[in-house]
Design a binder for this molecule. Structure first.
Ligand code: KG4
Ligand code: ZN
Length: 336
């Protein structure tokens, strides 16, 4: 097949991103403008502020992505955009930019699911091999997704309450680290020990679902009780204990699901895939417990939200002629 170039756009949350991807695997450019500084003082993403920043940034970021890739609109074969899940006002900025470009330059429009994008981030450095099991861990999602082929997705387990990243960010706030707390807690965990023995929910249940709200509450209660009694707390040990509980549950259920499904690959995806504790524990568990299963972990630069992963997922749809029309809208609650 000849060379196919996709311009991809991602604006589902607090990153404005545009990328040019060749044949779904080669990154010609991947520009990511983070808004974190604007949201930090509110302790979380403020949807209205996110939308405003996307409006200000989107045209510049797209121009920069084309410039860095050294291509013009006439070189492109399609324009792809995240349609959901995410913040509706944020999604709409990307969707409308993509529609305008598709109309003005007579390009096919591809609507991409953000979660599928996270899984396909791995395709930019490795080759996905099916059947596979993906552990998707982000700020909004915690899911075990079974893929029999490149366009077949089945959720076999998910969180019943908080997403992992959300739990990290909430306990980060309690410990007073900047938003988003995940990265900071991860770093602190490396300096501490698992001394608090937090609960591991649903570990032995006969399903692949997760729950993190009990762990979060237990963590918050421990901190509050200590404050009331004026007791010293070791923040690094708290972080290490929280992370040990999260990682143990995620890894044990993922390995169990991979065995049951007899997959060829185990694929880590989403913002929390950047977690060093999780990466190391998963590597060890796959090595010790799964024969002939290849583990894919995205490089750190492709774990968080970015448009390159949207371009990688869009390529499957381009090959299948799976296009959207101009009625495309943001779909905040979209599932795979
Ligand atoms: O995928 P992502 O960039 O955005 C969503 O689609 O949600 O994920 C963001 C989440 C945040 O909750 C952030 O705290 C978390 O990923 N995160 C981490 C780490 N790096 C980012 N959580 C734990 N450890 C990390 N190293
Ligand atoms: Zn994401």
């Amino acid at each position: 097949m000849d060379k196919k170039l996709i311009l991809a756009i991602e604006t589902s949350c607090d990153e404005t991103s545009a990328a040019v991807i060749e044949n779904g695997q080669t990154i010609l450019s991947n520009i990511v403008a983070s808004q974190i500084k604007s949201h930090q003082r509110f302790g979380g993403v403020v949807p209205e502020i996110a939308s405003r920043h996307h409006v200000e940034q989107i045209t510049l970021i797209i121009e920069e992505a084309l410039l860095e890739a050294d291509v013009t609109y006439s070189d492109l074969d399609a324009v792809a955009v995240t349609e959901g899940p995410g913040l509706v006002g944020a999604l709409l900025i990307g969707v409308n930019a993509a529609k305008a470009i598709a109309f003005a330059h007579d390009l096919p429009l591809i609507a991409v699911n953000h979660i599928k994008g996270h899984i396909f981030a791995n395709q930019l450095v490795d080759t996905l091999t099916f059947p596979l099991l993906s552990l998707v861990v982000s700020g909004g999602h915690t899911e075990l997704i079974y893929m029999e082929s490149e366009d077949s997705y089945k959720i076999i387990g998910e969180t019943r309450d908080d997403a992992v990243g959300e739990a990290y960010d909430k306990i980060g706030r309690v410990l007073g680290v900047p938003y988003p707390g995940g990265k900071h807690i991860d770093q602190m965990a490396h300096e501490g020990k698992d001394t608090y023995n937090f609960p591991r929910a649903m570990m032995t249940d006969d399903n692949f679902d997760f729950s993190f709200s009990g762990l979060k509450s237990s963590f918050i209660n421990t901190v509050h009780n200590a404050k009331q009694k004026d007791e010293e707390l070791n923040h690094n040990d708290l972080a290490a204990s929280f992370q040990a509980a999260v990682v143990e549950v995620l890894v044990s259920k993922t390995i169990r699901a991979a065995k049951l499904k007899n997959v060829k690959q185990l694929v880590l995806a989403g913002g929390v895939a950047a977690n060093q504790g999780l990466r190391t524990a998963l590597e060890k568990a796959v090595f010790e417990e799964l024969d002939e299963v290849e583990l894919l972990i995205p490089p750190l630069r492709l774990c968080g939200d970015n448009a390159a992963m949207i371009g990688a997922a869009a390529f499957v749809q381009l090959r299948n002629n799976d296009y959207a029309d101009y009625s495309l809208n943001g779909r905040p609650g979209l599932t795979v």
